[in-house]
Ligand binder design. Structure first.
Ligand code: GSH
Length: 213
C-alpha cells in the first residue's frame, strides 16, 4: 500500500491525491509525527515538506518527485505524454505551478487571520497572481497539443484555483482570470479524479476558512 505523510488541508497533498485517484491507486495517509511544522517531523523529513512518500527504506519529500516516481512505478494510466517534446511541455506546466503560481498564492496564507493582514502585501500579491495567471494563459495558448489529456502538470492547478477562489473575497483580491485559464479550469474540473478530490477538499477548505479567516 502506498503511504505518505499528509494533513488533509495541505494543497500539495491534495495535488498528490489527484494523481493517485487518476491512476486508480490505493493509499494511506499518515499524520506527520509531532504535527505539521514540528521538530519531531523534521527529524524524519528534514525539509518538513508535506507530502512525503514513505517507501521501503527511503522517503521522497516533494510532490513532483513523488508524482514522477509513482508514474514510473505504476505505468498504467500514464500521466506523461509519449512524445518527448510534449513530455517536456507537461513538466514545464508542473514547474510553473509549483515554482511560479502557487508560491504567489501561498504568500497570502499568513494574511488569512484578520489580525495578521497587511494590506500592502495583499495588494502586491494580488498583482503578482494576476501576472502569473496572464503568463499561464500564454503558456496554455502555446501548448494546445496538451488540451486533450490530463497529466502530471495538471494536478496542482485545480487545488491552487480553489484556494485562490476562497482567498479572493476574504482578502479583497483584484484578480481577473484570463479566458484561457478559465476555460482550462472548466476542462480539468470535469476530470473524474479532480472532481472526486474537490468534492472532499472544498468542504475542508471552507471549514479552514471559517475557523481562521
Ligand atoms: N514543492 C513542494 C511544496 C510542498 C509544500 O509547500 N507543502 C507544504 C504543505 S501544503 C509544507 O510542507 N509546508 C511546511 C514546510 O514547508 O515546512 C512539493 O511539491 O512538495
Amino acid at each position: 500500500m502506498i503511504r505518505f505523510y499528509a494533513i488533509p488541508v495541505s494543497l500539495y497533498c491534495a495535488k498528490l491525491r489527484i494523481l493517485l485517484r487518476h491512476k486508480h491507486l490505493q493509499w494511506q495517509e499518515v499524520p506527520p509525527p509531532g504535527g505539521y511544522g514540528s521538530m519531531e517531523y523534521r527529524t524524519i523529513v528534514a525539509s518538513g515538506n508535506l507530502p512525503a512518500l514513505i517507501e521501503d527504506n527511503i522517503l521522497i519529500a516533494d510532490s513532483e518527485a513523488i508524482a514522477e516516481y509513482l508514474n514510473e512505478k505504476y505505468p498504467s494510466d500514464p500521466m506523461l505524454p509519449d512524445d518527448l517534446m510534449l513530455r517536456a511541455k507537461m513538466r514545464e506546466r508542473s514547474r510553473f505551478h509549483d515554482t511560479r503560481l502557487e508560491p504567489e498564492v501561498r504568500a497570502l496564507f499568513p494574511h488569512i487571520r484578520p489580525a495578521q493582514r497587511d494590506k500592502e502585501i495583499i495588494s502586491q500579491q494580488s498583482e503578482k497572481i494576476a501576472m502569473r495567471l496572464k503568463q499561464f494563459a500564454t503558456m496554455l495558448s502555446n501548448s494546445k497539443e496538451l488540451d486533450g489529456q490530463f497529466g502530471l502538470g495538471d494536478c496542482g492547478f485545480p487545488v491552487t484555483f480553489v484556494w485562490l477562489e476562497a482567498l479572493t473575497p476574504v482578502l479583497g483580491l483584484d484578480v481577473i482570470w484570463p479566458r484561457e485559464v478559465h476555460e482550462y479550469r472548466e476542462r480539468i474540473n470535469q476530470v473524474p479524479s479532480v472532481k472526486a478530490e474537490l468534492e472532499i477538499y472544498r468542504p475542508l477548505l471552507n471549514k479552514y476558512f471559517k475557523q481562521n479567516a
